[in-house]
Design a protein around this ligand. Structure first.
Ligand code: NI
Length: 254
């Protein structure tokens, strides 16, 4: 199994990376996309990808971090793209949950578009973080075509909106929220998303699946997410494994 979005580079796992990977390996999770949120976490993601065979990196500036980014940070991000374990730009996008002021929203959009342009320049897919901003996100992606597409990480939108993102070449990242009792929308999405367009992810250390909700999340919980999806789709766990592994490899060209 593959965790298509995790933060082994988070300070929560400092000096525990090896244990983290062993825990995951012991339940059959052997490939990880380690995702950056700012320059220093992006560098750390590359460092981990260089150190562990099954780890790959995404580098970029998260919308909530864009207001604190230094003027050279995007240039520094660009330098990281020459590393051959860097397979995507991310996580990038829009987050209006925390930032509601118009000037900060405009700044987020600017960073989002600049990083889409970077992805196209290096022919890389993107990993999108989107919260309370699905309309704007969709409009930006319509105006700024991403050549290699990408993934809507920890997707929280509607089934109708899902179809729009898929039309634009995007995959749907399904995480621990799919196991939450009252998470109606993502359960609906997981049941109907095309078999060639979904990925498994944890977003560790956040969003641990049931029965670990509220605790530290790790990639070793991927099977809990997979099992829930198998049930919703009425297919075997092995089939979910197979589909999500193929999808990941196709999207990130691994
Ligand atoms: Ni994340």
């Amino acid at each position: 199994m593959i965790d298509s979005h995790c933060h082994i580079n988070d300070k929560a796992f400092l000096n525990r990376e090896e244990e983290y990977i062993k825990n995951a390996n012991s339940v059959g999770v052997d490939t990880f996309l380690v995702v950056g949120c700012d320059l220093s976490m992006s560098k750390k993601a590359v460092e981990i990808a260089n150190r562990y065979e099954g780890c790959f990196a995404a580098v970029g500036i998260h919308p909530s971090d864009s207001k604190n980014a230094g003027s050279n940070d995007l240039d520094e991000i660009e330098k990281l793209l020459s590393n051959n374990k860097v397979v995507a730009i991310g996580e990038i996008g829009l987050d209006y949950y925390w930032d509601k002021e118009e000037n900060i929203k405009a700044h987020q959009k600017e960073y989002f578009v600049k990083q889409i342009e970077l992805a196209n320049k290096y022919n890389l897919p993107i990993s999108i973080h989107c919260r309370d901003a699905y309309e704007d996100c969709l409009n930006i992606l319509k105006e700024h075509h991403v050549n290699r597409g990408g993934v809507m990480h920890c997707y929280g939108g509607s089934k109708e909106m899902m179809k729009e993102f898929i039309k634009l070449g995007f995959y749907i990242g399904i995480g621990g929220t799919v196991t939450f009792k009252n998470a109606v929308k993502i359960k609906e999405v997981a049941a109907v998303v095309p078999s060639d367009r979904y990925l498994l992810e944890t977003d560790s250390p956040y969003l641990a699946p049931t029965p670990h909700r509220g605790e530290e999340n790790q990639s070793m919980y991927i099977p809990l997410i997979r099992d829930q999806i198998a049930e919703l789709r009425g297919i075997s766990k092995e089939q979910v494994d197979k589909e999500t592994t193929e999808n990941f490899k196709r999207l990130f060209n691994i």
